[in-house]
Design a protein around this ligand. Structure first.
Ligand SMILES: Nc1ncnc2c1ncn2[C@@H]1O[C@H](COP(=O)(O)OP(=O)(O)O)[C@@H](O)[C@H]1O
Ligand SMILES: [Mg+2]
Length: 339
């Protein structure tokens, strides 16, 4: 087993709404990523993916609050640090974060290389602006970006180029963990592929030591990440290798996500497109039993009555469902044969 770059144990964070209601958007989440590995996080909109990203980088500004759990980056526990310390001594070096729609957030009146100067200055590194420019130029070359991009304003770049530039700026200090929230969602297929290729290359060349890739499209993660976890209503419902999760999902929600894709990806079976009916629950009042039971076509009355199942290891799988893996497999097989 390789060195653990990120270890998260039972992390719980909540929003406190203006009406003073608690929304547990990250509920006892645990995960581990080894050096050189990438983890995909999938789930529909509203399942807590972005909140998990913010929680992992210690972005605890109201209404988001840290409740409990550990976040350990390469042996350093960053949970509970105040946001100011996090900004100065964690962000950019231990963990880099590409927020959702980051490519549209760059100040349009400044040239791209200026943002890299900002990063270096924010970390108090002793470098002249010429040194910084040379370093940026070298990095852009290494990741396949043209030097012209450094000298342009962000608005002069295409969407795909802008996103790759944002990734290059955020990772200039070779972070141990890169967290990218839907980094390719707003892009056309060609630009999507270029963004993903660049991220993979940065891992292979050691510019980032591990990676989390967040998306609402589970199949996209195949070929992009080593492992995948599926999030539902603030909780992890299944974890596995990319291959297991894409070709043989066990949890009914993972299976639903795989089957609600619009374009079957290479290798996946050409199944009927069946979107999961309904929407994720309102986390102000999560259901008492299994949080997915209301939408689950395999649910039995006990699913709504018994407490939310805990994560269990069975048959080399980690999942959260009242049914056994064997039972679910039988039901799925029966269903597939009938199609
Ligand atoms: N500022 C906020 N105040 C209260 N609840 C919020 C806030 N932001 C997000 N939420 C709630 O947290 C849950 C998770 O949201 P989010 O992390 O954005 O999900 P995702 O990224 O998976 O779409 C949702 O139920 C959402 O309504
Ligand atoms: Mg989100």
């Amino acid at each position: 087993m390789g060195k653990i770059m990120l270890e998260v144990n039972q992390l719980t964070t909540k929003y406190v709404t203006r009406a003073n209601e608690d929304v547990y958007a990250v509920d006892h989440v645990s995960l581990k990523i080894e050096e050189g590995k990438s983890l995909g996080i999938a789930g529909e909109s509203g399942c807590g993916k972005s909140t998990l990203a913010l929680s992992l980088i210690g972005y605890y500004f109201p209404p988001l609050h840290y409740m409990s759990g550990d976040i350990i980056i390469d042996g350093k526990n960053i949970s509970g640090l105040d946001p100011d310390t996090v900004r100065k001594s964690v962000l950019g070096t231990d963990v880099a974060y590409i927020p959702q729609a980051a490519m549209n957030a760059l100040n349009p009146t400044r040239k791209v290389y200026k943002f890299i100067e900002d990063v270096i200055h924010a970390h108090g590194l002793d470098m002249t602006n010429k040194d910084i420019y040379d370093m940026a130029h070298k990095r852009f070359e290494e990741v396949g970006l043209p030097e012209e991009a450094l000298l342009k304003h962000s608005v002069e770049l295409s969407g795909g180029m802008r996103q790759r530039v944002v990734i290059a700026i955020s990772t200039i200090l070779n972070p141990k963990v890169l967290i990218a929230d839907e980094p390719s969602s707003a892009l056309d297929v060609t630009s999507q592929k270029m963004v993903i290729k660049m991220m993979r290359e940065m891992m292979d060349k050691g510019m980032v030591k591990s990676m989390i890739f967040i998306t609402h499209e589970l199949p996209l993660l195949y070929n992009v990440t080593d492992d995948i976890m599926v999030m539902y209503a603030g909780q992890i419902v299944e974890k596995g290798t990319a291959k297991q999760m894409v070709f043989d999902p066990v949890h009914p929600y993972s299976r639903g996500l795989m089957r609600s894709i619009l374009v079957p990806e290479a290798g996946t079976r050409d199944v009927k497109l069946t979107a999961i009916p309904g929407t994720p629950p309102n986390l102000k009042h999560p259901p008492a039993g299994c949080r997915f039971a209301d939408r689950c076509k395999y649910a039995v009355p006990a699913c709504k009555v018994n407490a939310m199942p805990i994560m269990e290891f069975e048959d080399n799988r980690e999942y959260r469902c009242g049914h056994s893996v064997q039972h679910l497999r039988e039901v799925y097989e029966h269903e597939d044969r009938a199609e």
